[in-house]
Design a protein around this ligand. Sequence first.
Ligand SMILES: [Cu+2]
Length: 279
Amino acid sequence: MKILKSISILMLIFIAMSCKKDDIKIEKPNELDGLKLVQSIQNDPFIIDLYTTSGKLEQGYNEIFFTVKDVEGNLIENVESTWSPLMHMMDKNHACPYSPISLVPNSKTLHKGYIVFQMAGNETEYWDLSFNLIVQESPYTVSGKINVLPTLKKRVTTFTGSDGKKYVLAMVQPNLPKEGLNEMTALLYKMENMMMFSPVSNYTINIDPRMPSMGNHSSPNNVNLTQKSSLFYEGKVAFSMTGYWKINLQVLNESSEVLKGEAVTDENESSSIYFEVEF
Ligand SMILES: [Cu+2]
C-alpha cells in the first residue's frame, strides 16, 4: 500500500513536471513582447503573421513586424523577403511609400519594415499586401487583403508641390505626444508614378504648431525638421499644454524654395498642409 502511494505521488510529480515543460514550449518568444497580432496571411505552404504595437494598420506611417511559419506553425529562418502594398480603388490601382525589410536585431525569424498608407480602405476600396519570399532558394508568394483603418487625426498628407511633383509626407513621431518638447520625425516621399515612391533628401520641413481653440497661439523652442543621418526628417515640436494642436507645415526644397504650405499669420490661420495631434 505504502509503495503504491509513493508510486502515485511520483507519477503526479512526473505529470506536473511534463506539464510545466509543455507550458514553456508554447510560451511566445520574448521578441513579440509589446507587439499585437494584426492578422495572418496564408498561401500554402506558408503563413505570415503581421504585428504592430497597436494591433492594427492605420492610414499614415506604420511600423510593421512579421514572422513566416509553415502550416504546422514552425517559424522559418533564413527567409529573404520583399513586400509590395497595393490599393485597389474604383478607377485605379496604386502603391504607397514603404521601406525594405530587415531582420529585427538578434532575431532569426522576426522581420520588420514600415509602410506609409496615404489612404485608408473603405467598403469598396481596399489594400492588399504581397510578399515575395525566398526560402531555401525557392521563390514563394504570399498575399492577402489587409484592413487599413482611417485615423481621427491627420498623420499623413499628399500634395502637389510648386515643382509639379506629387509628394507624400507622413508624421512618424511623436507617437505618444506629451506636454513640453517632443522629438518629431517625419518621412517625405516623391511619387514617381502610381507604383513607385522614392524618399526625398535634403529638403526642410518647417513646423508651426498652433492651438486653434485658444486664439491660435503657438509654442516656444520648436525645431524645424531636417535629415541628420537617415531618411527620417528630425526636429522638435513643443506643446505648451494638453489639447488639440494643428502642426502647420511648409515643405522647402534643397534651394530653400517653398514647394507647399503657407506661413501662419494674423490673416492666415492655417497652412494648406498640416498634421494633427490631440492628447
Ligand atoms: Cu487610394
